[in-house]
Design a protein around this ligand. Structure first.
Ligand code: TRP
Length: 348
């Protein structure tokens, strides 16, 4: 087994085998920014995978990254509402609070305190090279880059390392951040003694879903289908999706991104191969494609949406899930911070 030359994809395959053998050796750490409703890109990219790992017996920590909202905007708008919607989404897809810990940044002070020693371990030049941060700066609503935007991959290292997470299920765009976390863990251990694991990325098998406008599906770009959307809203969004002038439907992500993304969405919902789905629609054109996608999304999401509506009837319970998660995360973070203080000289 060569870990030096393995690509992230090869490493992922190897990890999957080890997870099946010994799920108790892994602790998954992942999360989302509460900037708006979670959508189908999240579902197929990561939520589905989190639940799968949880069900395999891996301990899962899920962060609602509220401070991270402030990386690309001045004020976190409708934060409480977005956090509650996110909790509903988590519960609806099958995150089980008896087995998984859901918490948020601002409720766990010791996690945030870890960011200070961690910042001392990375150089400004390294932070400057992060391609995902560069892309986010390009799409930011702010005219100037804040220190929080620039350093948030280090904050994310604290998110992952506070609970000694060793497995981070992510999409390709988060790989540079995971490199920062690995660097922080390695340097900390070199300077102060072995405290942290060097976490591995677990790449999602699902290819990137595009939004209805043909660019990356993103809650902040207004081009996404929310998990909690109604069947009618879903139909309307898909109806307005961008296709192209060619009638015959094919699956060619490079040359026909709009059409391919719709085909992919149907294929993911139906658990089928996108080429087969495209072939079946063939000469039916964009109208048939959109009908297929709408039906596929609505039937795949129906049980999730029904559960979501049920939980929404009991917001007291939903809030108690976060409260309990925060208490547990707080205890874990305090223990890690104590250990960090100890190895750093017992004062810091
Ligand atoms: N940056 C992640 C995103 O935008 C959210 C996130 C915050 C995260 N902290 C994390 C993901 C820790 C994995 C691990 O989706």
């Amino acid at each position: 087994m060569s870990t030096v030359t393995a690509s992230p994809e090869e490493r992922t395959a190897e990890l999957e085998a080890r997870i099946r053998q010994a799920p108790e050796k892994f602790r998954v750490m992942t999360g989302d920014r509460p900037t708006g409703p979670l959508h189908l890109g999240h579902y197929f990219g990561t939520l589905h995978n989190r639940v799968r790992l949880q069900d395999l017996g891996v301990e899962v920590f899920v962060i609602i990254a509220d401070y991270q909202v402030l990386t690309d905007r001045d004020v976190a708008e409708r934060l409480a509402e977005h956090m509650e919607a996110m909790l509903l989404d988590y519960l609806a897809v099958g995150i089980d609070p008896a087995r998984s810990t859901v918490f948020n940044h601002s409720a766990v002070p010791a996690l945030n305190q870890l960011m200070l020693p961690f910042l001392s371990l990375v150089s400004v030049a390294e932070l400057n090279r992060n391609p995902t941060v560069k892309d986010e700066i390009a799409h930011s609503r702010q005219s100037a880059v804040s220190g929080l935007m620039f350093t948030y991959p280090v904050h994310q290292a604290a998110d992952i390392l506070f609970c000694k997470g060793n497995l981070v299920p992510v999409g390709q765009d988060q790989l540079p951040h995971l490199e920062v976390t690995r660097t922080v863990a390695r340097r900390f251990n070199e300077r102060y003694g072995a405290v942290f694991p060097e976490p591995d990325a677990l790449l999602s098998a699902a290819p990137l879903l595009l939004g209805t406008d043909g660019t990356k599906m993103s809650k902040s770009r207004g081009n996404s289908i929310a998990l909690g959307a109604t069947a009618d809203e879903t139909a309307r969004l898909i109806k307005g999706a961008k296709t192209d002038a060619e009638r015959h439907i094919t699956y060619e992500p490079e040359t026909r991104p709009g059409v391919a993304s719709l085909v992919l969405l149907a294929a993911l919902c139906l658990d089928r191969d996108p080429h087969a789905v495209a072939e079946e629609i063939g000469g039916g054109g964009a109208a048939a494609l959109k009908r297929t996608v709408t039906d596929a999304v609505n039937s795949r999401m129906a049980p999730i949406r029904a559960r979501r509506a049920e939980y929404a009837q009991d917001m007291g319970y939903v809030r108690s899930v976060l409260r309990a998660g925060n208490e547990r995360a707080d205890a874990v973070a305090a223990a890690t911070l104590d250990e960090v203080r100890g190895v750093m000289g017992g004062v810091l």
